[in-house]
Design a protein around this ligand. Structure first.
Ligand code: GDP
Length: 297
């Protein structure tokens, strides 16, 4: 339905690059198109507006009109502004997991890729950081989800908390904590239940678990293809549970990166990792530069 953001931007910048000298009006026109393209890529209106205003200031300050390759300079300014907006403080891949056993709470909607991401992250912690990890599923309403985590655990050689029928999420979280302490684990990961939509019960359950586990990191897993919805989900979870970072999944799809931009701008929470496929290795540390490049095409 929408023209691809990357194509659109490269179209605009192609024209600029070929024009030689740029007038202020050219810059305005170009940025108007950038703004429309951002909106079409599901970047929220206030975020797009702020972003364009900032870029316009920078472009004006740097007297783009006098530059030798004005189109390229505009591209660079837009690119740098995107990176600046997307970048959080510090290394996004560095999780707070000192003081073993460190609890990591995983939250998000059903189907966002939460369970897959839990296992991917556990594998990464085990292989890259040499950590002993215990994973526990708290999704008591969906036995299949609990089994899924168990199967993934076997696949990647990471222990899962044995499933006990009839236990509630808070009891499971407590048992995970005990088991992690007694078993000498460095990290225990709590994969909370997901729903198709946010509801009070889901949030309450996650809050109860949070209160018991006192997580060092609370990572919100969001489907990177869901655009504006993703921002609403992030805002809600952050308000009610408090998140320390976001994982954007399905970035191997043809999403245009718009969710990343508004998520970061609206919630202020850093994007920590991106999911790039179904395989257990398909998880990478978030690199603002790469997403910016992708948004620009
Ligand atoms: P949950 O309900 O949030 O726990 O979601 P799951 O972890 O079960 O994932 C739902 C589906 O999305 C599964 O088929 C996963 O393999 C798939 N999935 C998860 N992350 C990614 C990703 O980054 N890219 C792609 N292409 N698929 C993913």
């Amino acid at each position: 339905m929408f023209e691809n953001l990357s194509e659109r931007l490269s179209g605009v910048f192609d024209r600029l690059t070929k024009q030689g000298a740029l007038s202020d009006e050219d810059v305005k026109t170009a940025l108007r198109e950038v703004r429309v393209a951002l909106l079409e890529a599901d970047v929220s209106l206030p975020v797009a507006r702020d972003f364009i205003a900032r870029v316009q200031d920078q472009a004006t300050g740097q007297s783009v009109t006098k530059s030798v390759t004005p189109g390229q300079q505009v591209v660079k300014i837009v690119h740098d502004a995107l990176v600046e907006t997307l970048r959080g403080e510090g290394d996004p891949g560095a999780l707070k997991i000192d003081n073993p056993p460190a609890p990591i709470l995983m939250v998000g909607l059903q189907g966002s890729g939460k369970t897959t991401t839990t296992a991917k992250l556990a594998k990464r912690l085990k292989e890259r950081d040499g950590k002993r990890v215990l994973m526990a599923s708290l999704d008591v309403n969906r036995p299949a989800a609990m089994e899924q985590l168990q199967i993934l655990g076997q696949q990647i050689g990471v222990d899962t908390l044995p499933i006990v029928k009839g236990e509630d999420p808070v009891a499971i979280a407590k048992r995970a904590k005990t088991q992690a302490s007694l078993g000498g684990y460095d990290v225990y990961m709590l994969d909370t239940a997901g729903r198709l939509h946010i509801d009070a019960e889901l949030i309450q359950q996650a809050a109860d678990v949070r209160d018991v586990a006192n997580p060092r990191e609370t990572l919100l897993v969001v489907d990177g293809l869901t655009g504006q919805d993703a921002v609403n989900v992030a805002t809600e979870f952050d308000d009610k549970i408090g998140v320390t970072g976001v994982v954007l999944t399905r970035m191997d799809g043809d999403g245009r990166g718009g969710a990343a931009l508004s998520m970061r701008a609206v919630t202020g929470k850093p994007i920590r990792f991106v999911g790039l496929g179904e395989k257990m290795d398909a998880l990478e540390t978030f690199e603002p530069d790469r997403i910016a490049g992708r948004i620009l095409g």
